[in-house]
Design a protein around this ligand. Structure first.
Ligand SMILES: *[C@@H]1O[C@H](CO)[C@@H](O)[C@H](O)[C@H]1NC(C)=O
Ligand SMILES: *[C@@H]1O[C@H](CO)[C@@H](O)[C@H](O)[C@H]1NC(C)=O
Ligand SMILES: *[C@@H]1O[C@H](CO)[C@@H](O)[C@H](O)[C@H]1NC(C)=O
Ligand SMILES: *[C@@H]1O[C@H](CO)[C@@H](O)[C@H](O)[C@H]1NC(C)=O
Ligand SMILES: *[C@@H]1O[C@H](CO)[C@@H](O)[C@H](O)[C@H]1NC(C)=O
Ligand SMILES: *[C@@H]1O[C@H](CO)[C@@H](O)[C@H](O)[C@H]1NC(C)=O
Ligand SMILES: *[C@@H]1O[C@H](CO)[C@@H](O)[C@H](O)[C@H]1NC(C)=O
Ligand SMILES: *[C@@H]1O[C@H](CO)[C@@H](O)[C@H](O)[C@H]1NC(C)=O
Length: 590
């Protein structure tokens, strides 16, 4: 054996020193392996779901791909967008593309990092069992390293790179991503309390997860993955968390980043910032052991009347996470409340959380119901991606169940969560496991520009006939409220993939591994038992109606109308920028 001494100028290119090395390495098996029942412990199928759901994040990578201890696992992806940030003389290359397109959006990205970190903090053992801890480390570092670049000074945080105007008219591979790709910062003159807070929350939970021999015992069995601890990285993440919270908490006016930046960042315009600020205070309390942050969180919870709300948990709403985290702290770190002169209030936080869950289960939750096939559906929030809010509830219920006020509640929450996860993994009227590449019935046509191999934006569905690459592990948007699912590439409501959609899956799989050996539902589904429903979908992507015009004519008219409306809107926006910022409320995707 010989030691190779690298010339000094090459060393800085190995940027991800300290990242764990996978052993063994993992690549997704072909979809047909989803037909094989697992006889092993840990369960092979759940290990694959965990491995694939992390692999998806590799497929979303932007920047120079051959980094870290395992480099680029996704052979059909290329280096891209290396000049990001150059408009501010910064290097903002890296990070992840948000969904099926090439925008980098910080707000859903930090939501994703938070969900991954918080899940692994209490349910890390499944990552170890599946031998995926090194990939979790690689995934988190890829995300956090980029958010650190996007946070170069205390108040400056880049919330988006790439412009919808340019990106939404491009459909194609990663070698010709259109430019310009402008960078959008918030700063003390253009505040974004929601974005600063959400990034702070992610960093705080990341810092917790990376703390060696962490103490966050929500239950006797909750623990982080065994080998991920790294005090240097943990401190680095914590310093960003504190700085972002300090900025969010002191900069006035407190307002959303959409209010400051307007239409260019409308893809993820959050409805408010109060929930994000509260959650970041609570997260920092855990990460620092400092009761002052707990007191802030509690004061905001009271001041902003956060009790008893019925909101989904997603990038736009942190409310349910606040309830569950208060209950976890009452169990795992009661000294935080006591240090703030407050009762740990376990009974109170249980009541708050259970009121929320019980209203979902008993059907009194506003606008929510179970579809005939059993999927938890929220009118509005589920319309453009039905599985994500249901998986978010499932993760929260599994997380909370062990500390519920009674064993019957524990059982109820576990059962309900299991039902949702079963639906996603194939126990549904379509016989479809909604993760790409997992089973022969999995979606074949995810709405992902890089994976599709297509370049004809007018014929996304049919060009090419077969998706070029399998984007393993991506959970698609999901079926409609009648449980029907059209596996059509142009139907982004049902078939788009996104960072936040996948955010709960690694933890859900880890929970299943920890709990036992049962297979996911799909191993019992026979191959090729899915077919496209008759009729038309009628959703946000493909609204119903329309006369006898040919597809081409309709597309032509639609594009003409859209361009006309966009032109008018652009003119109105230009004249009335300020007022419009205030009117615009709710986010939309694409
Ligand atoms: C811990 O993380 C830091 C920062 O990424 C890295 O430089 C260091 O090598 C890591 N340490 C170990 C022991 O892995
Ligand atoms: C990556 O580059 C290769 C050519 O080297 C090309 O065939 C492939 O389609 C590219 N991938 C994407 C996602 O565009
Ligand atoms: C502050 O943010 C605004 C809005 O994004 C941007 O135009 C401006 O350049 C930023 N200021 C600095 C110093 O980066
Ligand atoms: C937390 O759990 C671990 C493992 O079960 C145990 O070693 C540790 O002592 C516990 N810590 C506390 C504070 O209970
Ligand atoms: C956050 O701001 C409030 C005032 O709005 C202040 O009372 C509190 O001390 C601040 N928190 C921290 C940790 O500085
Ligand atoms: C918080 O307290 C725990 C237990 O005493 C300790 O292990 C941990 O290092 C502390 N964290 C910080 C950031 O001080
Ligand atoms: C205790 O929990 C209840 C929610 O059930 C909440 O309204 C109240 O403010 C909490 N009190 C304290 C001191 O934490
Ligand atoms: C664990 O498995 C048992 C038996 O299959 C089931 O009843 C329970 O709900 C599961 N719990 C969790 C947390 O998954």
């Amino acid at each position: 054996m010989s030691i190779i001494i690298l010339p000094l100028f090459l060393i800085p290119s190995i940027t991800v020193l300290g990242q764990l090395t996978p052993s063994p390495t993992y690549s997704p098996p072909t979809a047909s392996s989803g037909l094989e029942s697992s006889a092993s412990t840990p369960n092979t199928q759940w290990s694959n779901i965990l491995g694939n759901s992390l692999y998806f994040y590799d497929a979303q990578r932007s920047g120079k791909l051959d980094q870290g201890t395992y480099g680029n696992r996704v052979e059909w992806r290329n280096d891209s967008a290396l000049q990001d940030g150059s408009d501010f003389n910064l290097d903002l290359s890296g990070g992840w593309y948000d969904a099926g397109d090439y925008i980098k959006a910080t707000f859903p990205l930090t939501f994703t990092l938070f969900a991954l970190s918080w899940g692994a903090l209490t349910h890390g053992q499944g990552f170890d069992q599946a031998k995926q801890t090194a990939y979790l480390d690689g995934t988190l570092r890829w995300g956090f390293d980029w958010v650190m670049k996007a946070h170069p000074t205390d108040d400056q945080l880049f919330v988006q790179v790439g412009s919808g105007d340019v990106d939404n008219v491009y459909w194609g591979g990663d070698l010709n991503i259109p430019t310009p790709r402008p960078s959008y910062p918030i700063n003390s003159s253009f505040p974004g309390t929601d974005a600063w807070s959400s990034a702070s929350t992610a960093f705080a939970l990341g810092s917790m997860l990376y703390t060696p021999s962490i103490s966050y015992n929500v239950t006797s069995s909750s623990s982080a993955p065994s080998s991920i601890g790294n005090s240097t990285y943990s401190s680095l993440l914590l310093s960003h968390a504190k700085s972002l919270y300090q900025t969010a908490n002191t900069t006035t006016p407190r307002q959303t980043y959409y209010t400051s930046l307007g239409q260019s960042v409308a893809a993820y315009a959050s409805s408010n910032w109060q929930d994000d600020l509260t959650l970041s205070a609570l997260s920092l309390a855990i990460a620092t052991n400092n009761s002052q942050y707990y007191l802030d969180a509690y004061n905001y919870y009271v001041q902003y009347a956060i009790s008893g709300l019925q909101e989904v948990w997603n990038w736009d709403s942190s409310i349910p996470a606040i309830y569950v985290m208060f209950a976890e702290i009452a169990t795992a770190k009661p000294e935080l409340a006591q240090g703030a002169g407050l009762d740990r209030n376990l009974t109170g936080w249980q009541k708050e959380t259970e009121h929320f869950f019980d209203s979902i289960i008993d059907g009194s939750f506003k606008r929510s119901y179970l579809t005939k096939g059993g999927l938890l559906y929220f009118d509005g929030d589920s319309d453009e991606a039905s599985l994500n809010p249901a998986m978010a509830v499932a993760m929260l219920m599994f997380k909370y169940a062990p500390i519920a006020s009674s064993s019957s509640k524990t059982e109820q929450y576990n059962d309900f969560a299991q039902g949702q996860l079963n639906y996603m993994t194939g126990k549904n009227p379509m016989n479809v496991p909604y993760m790409v590449g997992t089973h022969p019935n999995s979606p074949q046509n995810p709405h992902s520009a890089p994976a599709s191999g297509g370049s004809d934006i007018k014929n996304i569905r049919t060009s090419p006939a077969q998706e070029a690459y399998v984007i393993y592990g991506a959970m698609v948007g999901g079926p409609l409220s009648d449980d029907k699912f059209w596996d059509w590439r142009d139907d982004w409501a049902q078939n788009e993939v996104a960072l936040d959609y996948n955010a709960m899956i690694p933890t859900l799989a880890s929970m299943q591994l920890i709990n036992g050996t049962a297979d996911p539902y799909y191993v019992d589904i026979k191959a090729n038992t899915y077919s496209i429903p008759s009729g038309q979908p009628c959703d946000a992507a493909l609204p119903c109606g329309g006369g006898g015009l040919s597809k081409g004519a309709k597309a032509g008219i639609a594009i003409g109308v859209i361009l006309g409306v966009l032109l008018i809107l652009a003119l109105i926006w230009y004249w009335k920028r300020r007022q419009i910022g205030g009117w615009w409320k709710k986010g939309y995707r694409r």
